[in-house]
Design a binder for this molecule. Structure first.
Ligand code: NAP
Length: 259
């Protein structure tokens, strides 16, 4: 399917690896020029070069912490007037509900709620003026079904979800859509880190921890960044203009719910 977005320009945050990279790859395959971001300069430069070589699009890497004001300013300066925004950042650490103090909550809210809100506030007005735009926020399955040990994530992402629910309706008349993609378990470094925690806690191998978690998913496997990216690119396509303010779960059926 021709996604109809060749020649458009996208900012994909936190995209040197994992789900962000999956989104960047799929947009590049659709002919979209990219501004990519991550903190680690070397891995980001490598990813940018690989994507540019594979898809023949322009790729500008900006090494910066997207959750900090300085980093965000540098990324936004490089991005300029983009048509597509994919927000993403690392997820907060796991723990028990009494583990976290005010500073921990503020860090999580900053990274996984206020950062996407600030990025939308910076970039969506231009999209509205130009009459076309797409925003996809990478959130989490935890928005629909809490993961108990990810209380910081449950909390921060619920706030972003509420913001998007209202805002998406305000910008839709101007040709701009905002939607959230909710990953369940995907095979990325983040999933490896969480699996390693399970392996340590239960005194089992990493492979055993992975197999046990995969067995809880009706699809009996983890998702891939490529599958995730393809869904993201579709939401950014010309065909998705009537999809507004939705929370789309990509979880292999893990969340058991009729709706
Ligand atoms: P990942 O494999 O660890 O990749 C994270 C990417 O984000 C890397 O490129 C990393 O590069 C970059 N990054 C992290 N913090 C950043 C920051 N402050 N500023 C700029 N770049 C940053 O993670 P992932 O699995 O793709 O997860 C992406 C998001 O989806 C996370 O919020 C995660 O909690 C959520 N999620 C993932 C899963 C899953 O199963 N994978 C499930 C539910 C939710 P640097 O480290 O170099 O900055």
């Amino acid at each position: 399917m021709d996604l109809g977005i060749a020649g458009k320009r996208a900012l994909v945050c936190a995209s040197s690896r994992g789900l962000g990279r999956g989104c960047a790859e799929a947009l590049a395959a659709a002919g979209v020029d990219l501004v990519l971001n991550a903190r680690g300069e070397e891995a980001l430069a490598r990813t940018a070069a690989e994507i540019a070589a594979a898809h023949g699009v322009a790729v500008v890497p900006v090494a910066a912490d997207i959750t900090g004001e300085d980093g965000r300013t540098r990324v936004l300066e490089a991005a300029g007037a983009v048509d597509i925004l994919v927000t993403n950042a690392g997820g907060p650490p796991p723990g028990y509900w009494t583990d976290w103090g005010r500073e921990d909550f503020l860090r999580a809210i900053d990274a996984n709620m206020l950062t996407p809100v600030m990025l939308m506030q910076a970039l969506v007005p231009g999209m509205m003026t130009r009459g076309w735009g797409r925003v996809v926020n990478i959130t989490s399955q935890a928005v629909k079904a809490p993961v108990a040990q990810l209380g910081l994530s449950n909390t921060a992402r619920a706030g972003l979800t509420g913001f998007v629910a209202g805002t998406a309706r305000q910008v839709a008349p101007h040709g701009v859509t905002i939607n959230n993609l909710l990953p369940g378990l995907h095979a990325t470094d983040r999933a490896d880190a969480l699996d390693a925690g399970v392996a340590r806690a239960e005194n089992i191998s990493l492979e055993e921890a992975r197999a046990r978690r995969a067995a809880t998913i009706p699809a009996r496997r983890y998702g891939t960044p490529a599958e995730f990216g393809a869904a993201c690119a579709f939401l950014c396509s010309v065909h998705a203009g009537f999809i507004v303010g939705q929370n789309i779960l990509l979880d292999g059926g893990a969340v058991v719910a009729t709706l």
